[in-house]
Design a protein around this ligand. Structure first.
Ligand code: KG4
Ligand code: ZN
Length: 340
């Protein structure tokens, strides 16, 4: 007898994207994201505004996900939601909604760790896409995290390196802000970097031991460098935008690649998967591709729609937890700091 299909409704609201997705087993049926534009003029996410926007978006986003998947609410097997890490006010919206819906539909509830989801996004079934084999190394690079993780199985993960200050996404966004670019500046730095000379302005790399990262020094170096140049030439940024962006991006990628090389050496694992918003970056994608030929690594880079925050990745964790019967009871609460 054919086994029954599992339909997961997934909800993600940890930061400034309100997202919902439906998965049929490990296949994605719909993936809806409402990105909050309201933060742009503040140059960063304003937590209070984020939770209000989640309140407004959550019903239409979930409705759209169910409609697009072309299923009936009654077919949903379980609800998966982001318990943390993230902004408390944002997490509370998704968590409360998931709890109520699970109660209303009388179906199980599944809690998901957002960072684990960035890694397991690689397990969403896609045509022409190999899924990673265990064990592999995952590097999560986002606006809130920078970690290297040894992934032993779907739920067994060990953090072997992480940032001691800023996340890599912050290094992109803060550098962009110094240059007068709007938030989030990461994608813009990427765009201009592709037109510039990466060796135009050398920035020193931090000296941090082991597999840990540091990015706050780079931000300061960029600030001082630009202040000094602008004093000499007020048009320095406009005249050199592409080269500045290329140089910043080059330095960041060198920092990430150096630590990855070290991690491969230390663990003997040469399968690498990346996840998180910064994995959309063209430079890191290119560097990893090159590493395949140069060092014999096998690398896994997610589809663009799974790089920044989305609910599809929450849904795939939900699916594996459903199979493992790892359900949560209704007393669950959101958790702003939540270890992998
Ligand atoms: O994973 P994500 O959507 O949210 C967090 O959990 O933080 O990541 C957002 C981060 C932002 O810092 C954004 O600037 C960065 O990802 N980002 C990029 C690119 N696309 C997004 N950074 C560099 N290059 C990109 N193409
Ligand atoms: Zn994220």
């Amino acid at each position: 007898m054919a086994s029954q299909n599992i339909y997961i409704l997934a909800i993600e609201s940890s930061c400034d994207d309100t997202a919902a997705a439906i998965l049929k087993n490990d296949t994605l049926l719909s993936n809806i994201v409402a990105t909050q534009e309201v933060h742009q003029k503040y140059g960063g996410v304003v937590p209070e505004l984020a939770s209000r926007a989640h309140q407004q978006n959550i019903v239409p986003v979930i409705h759209q996900a169910i409609t697009k998947a072309n299923i009936d609410k009654k077919e949903i097997s379980a609800i998966a939601f982001t318990k943390g890490p993230g902004l408390m006010g944002s997490l509370l919206v998704g968590t409360s909604f998931a709890k109520s819906l699970s109660l209303g539909l009388n179906i199980p509830l599944i809690e998901v760790n957002h960072m684990q989801a960035h890694i397991l996004a690689h397990f969403i079934k896609e045509e022409n896409y190999d899924i990673p084999e265990f064990p592999f190394l995952a590097m999560t690079i986002s606006g809130g995290h920078t970690q290297i993780i040894k992934v032993i199985s779907h739920f067994e993960m060990e953090v072997i390196g992480q940032t001691i200050d800023d996340a890599v996404g912050e290094a992109f966004d803060k550098s962009a802000k110094i240059m007068g670019l709007p938030y989030p500046g990461g994608p813009l730095i990427d765009k201009y970097a592709q037109l510039g000379n990466p060796k135009a302005f050398p920035f020193t790399k931090p000296k941090v031991g082991g597999l840990d990262f540091s990015f706050s020094g780079l931000k300061t170096a960029v600030l001082y460098f630009i202040q000094k140049q602008v004093k000499k030439n007020p048009n320095f940024i406009e005249e050199n935008r592409n080269d500045i962006c290329a140089s910043i991006q080059y330095t960041i990628i060198q920092i990430l690649m150096d630590k990855l090389k070290k991690a491969v050496k230390q663990t003997g694992i040469n399968q690498i998967a990346i996840g998180g918003g910064v994995s959309a970056n063209s430079g890191i994608r290119k560097a990893l591709k090159e590493a395949e030929g140069k060092y014999g690594w096998k690398t896994y880079v997610p589809k663009f729609e799974y790089t920044t925050d989305n609910a599809a990745m929450i849904g795939i964790v939900g699916y594996y937890k459903y199979l493992a019967k790892e359900f949560t009871d209704l007393s669950v609460t959101a958790q702003a700091r939540y270890k992998i």
